[in-house]
Ligand binder design. Structure first.
Ligand SMILES: *Cc1c(COP(=O)(O)O)cnc(C)c1O
Length: 381
């Protein structure tokens, strides 16, 4: 039993800011003094850096990860009558945008990597399928070699949802540079997080990039001349300057996350009643989340209840945690009309009752990691 209850929060973004405060505040003040708050050289500079980091030719910054996905679908003319295959075990944004453009999300189940099962992806393809959206969940890359082979054999477009995986790679290539389009979020808790909302789209296709630039700017190439319905989805200059600074630290921060994941793994891998996350060979993950599964039964057999009781005990020992995601998308009220029944995607349904995301951020100290490990062993032992 740990006596000193120093708390370990589930995440702590203030701490990261304090490590780069001088640099960031000077740059932000410069933007404020410049009078260029939207677009302009700062945003273009960040786009160039972000494209170079990914080894792609094009980056289009926008207002959020959700908008990045939405704009990608719009740029590909995906809409009514089309189907888009994605995982049921993801944040709502991934599927919401498919619905928002008028297409139909087709959900497939996951395997124990938390990412979608590629055999089920292949089986879900119909003549209406236009695209596949792999989600590199928790920072763990999808097996992109196999996925691209499936997509190519059916002539489908691949839009990578990299919101949780900035800096991750598969087969030596950064995620977001392997599919046709990569979509990123700079929400503050992501691996590359801004101080507000932000997002970006990467591609090697200049035609797609120029269409994205038109769509994010009210559907206009020439100011006040509108050829199609677009949106307002731009990245603020203040966010761009912050992100450009943070991009320089990203690899170090991701290395820290990998070291913390390895440390957790060493001490949690053998704990009975706990399944530690595994890294797929071929990928380098960036651990946006470190998600374990607890598989005991609760008092009335509901594993979600058991999971919740473990979290409660962790909280009492000062250890914060989160649940991503408690209800898979195919069972969400908003998707009832798609007709999925409970039991249809059983792995996700089961796992959604078992997951606990432990504290995971680059600034976690060894003492804090030990506190998490001891607390967990205590709860399960
Ligand atoms: C965060 C997230 C998004 C959406 O990003 P926002 O910037 O919050 O709009 C999309 N997909 C996944 C998997 C995410 O985690």
């Amino acid at each position: 039993m740990i006596q000193s209850l120093n708390s370990v929060p589930a995440f702590d973004i203030k701490q990261q800011y304090s490590t780069i405060e001088a640099e960031v505040s000077a740059a932000v003040l410069e933007v404020l003094a410049s009078g260029r708050y939207i677009g302009g050289p700062v945003v273009e500079g960040f786009e160039k850096q972000f494209a170079a980091y990914h080894g792609v030719t094009e980056c289009v910054a926008c207002n959020s990860g959700t908008d990045a996905l939405f704009l990608a679908l719009r740029a590909l003319n995906i809409g009514a009558g089309d189907e888009v295959i994605t995982t049921t075990f993801t944040f709502i944004a991934t599927a919401e945008v498919i619905s928002a453009v008028g297409a139909k999300p087709v959900f497939v189940d996951i395997d124990d990597t938390f990412n979608f099962d590629l055999q089920q992806v292949a089986a879900a393809i119909t003549p209406k399928t236009k695209a596949i959206i792999p989600v590199h969940l928790f920072g763990q890359p999808v097996h992109m070699t196999a996925l691209m082979a499936i997509a190519q054999s059916h002539n489908l477009v691949v839009i990578e949802d990299c919101a949780q995986a900035t800096g991750a790679s598969w087969g030596g290539q950064k995620v977001g540079s392997i599919g046709h389009i990569g979509c990123f979020s700079f929400y503050p808790t992501k691996n590359l997080g801004g101080c507000g909302d932000g997002g970006a789209i990467t591609t090697n296709d200049p035609a797609i990039a120029s269409q994205l630039r038109v769509l994010r700017e009210h559907g206009s190439k020439v100011r006040y001349l509108h050829e199609e319905i677009g949106v307002n989805s731009r990245l603020d200059s203040i966010q761009a300057v912050i992100l450009e600074i943070k991009l320089r630290y990203l690899d170090n921060w991701n290395e820290r996350r990998r070291a913390i994941a390895a440390y957790y793994h060493e001490f949690l891998n053998q704990v009975p009643g706990l399944i530690a996350p595994q890294e797929l060979a071929g990928g380098v993950g960036v651990w946006n989340q470190y998600t374990i599964r607890v598989s005991g039964k609760g008092r009335n057999g509901a594993t979600a209840q058991y999971r919740d009781s473990v979290r409660q005990q962790l909280q009492e020992k000062g250890v914060g945690s989160m649940v991503y995601y408690p209800l898979p998308l195919h069972l969400q009220p908003v998707y009832q009309d798609l007709g999925y029944q409970p039991g249809y995607l059983p792995v996700s349904e089961q796992i959604s009752h078992e997951v606990i995301a432990l504290p995971m951020y680059p600034e976690l100290t060894q003492e804090q990691q030990d506190q998490v490990i001891y607390a967990l062993k205590d709860c399960l032992g």
